[in-house]
Design a protein around this ligand. Structure first.
Ligand code: ADP
Length: 190
């Protein structure tokens, strides 16, 4: 199986690039943000629990996220592989992902880290907030919280994969297709 962790700050373009990657490599897109928004839309208990954290720009507790990911992996029939988008976001989540995948006799093939400067992220998120309806993209304070949480809790995940020689940085600024091609070069070498 080809299992890719697509990593990067909020607004780095993970969702956009995931859509292109699933088409080319026939992978299953597992976006924890999308899964939470689906639960929220359906008014499930999990959605209600996640909402307060998401609204403030904080992380949903690890055990909640991990349980949801495990459920999604175990319900996917005969996947060629996964693109993990927005997960893992803490080192604990990364360790749990290793455990989960080894239960399914597979592992993370590599991480692709999209590198985008802070100033560019803020512009992109505020722009997305105008059309996406996402409350967490419409307010500068919430965006700042997410970027701060990313740096404090999520950046260590890159070190975790780096220590396993699985970290691959790709510049996330430029044309969508140009960035995609650079990601494909990495993925083809995994
Ligand atoms: P973005 O990449 O723009 O921050 P996401 O759609 O990935 O957006 O996530 C939106 C929100 O959902 C996050 O701010 C967080 O509250 C919650 N969330 C998503 N994935 C995780 C995760 N792996 N761990 C904890 N919280 C998460």
């Amino acid at each position: 199986m080809l299992n890719i962790v697509l990593f990067g700050p909020p607004g780095a373009g993970k969702g956009t690039q995931s859509e292109k990657l699933i088409g080319k490599y026939n992978l299953v897109h597992l976006s924890t943000g999308d899964l939470f928004r689906k639960h929220l839309g359906e008014g499930t208990d999990l959605g209600k629990l996640a909402q307060s954290y998401m609204d403030d720009g904080n992380l949903v507790p690890d055990e909640v996220v991990i349980g949801m990911v495990r459920d999604k992996i175990s319900k996917t029939i005969d996947p060629k592989g996964f693109i993990f988008d927005g997960f893992p976001r803490t080192v604990h989540q990364a360790q749990s992902l290793d455990d989960m995948l080894s239960d399914f006799d597979t592992s993370v093939s590599g991480m692709v880290s999209l590198e985008v400067p802070d100033e560019e992220l803020k512009i992109r998120l505020l722009e997305r907030g105008k059309t996406s309806g996402r409350a967490d993209d419409q307010n500068e304070e919430k965006i700042d919280t997410r970027v701060r949480v990313y740096k404090a809790e999520t950046l260590p995940v890159a070190k975790f994969y780096d220590s396993k020689n699985k970290l691959n940085a790709v510049i996330g600024v430029g044309g969508i297709d140009e960035i995609f091609n650079n990601i494909c070069v990495v993925v083809d070498g995994l």
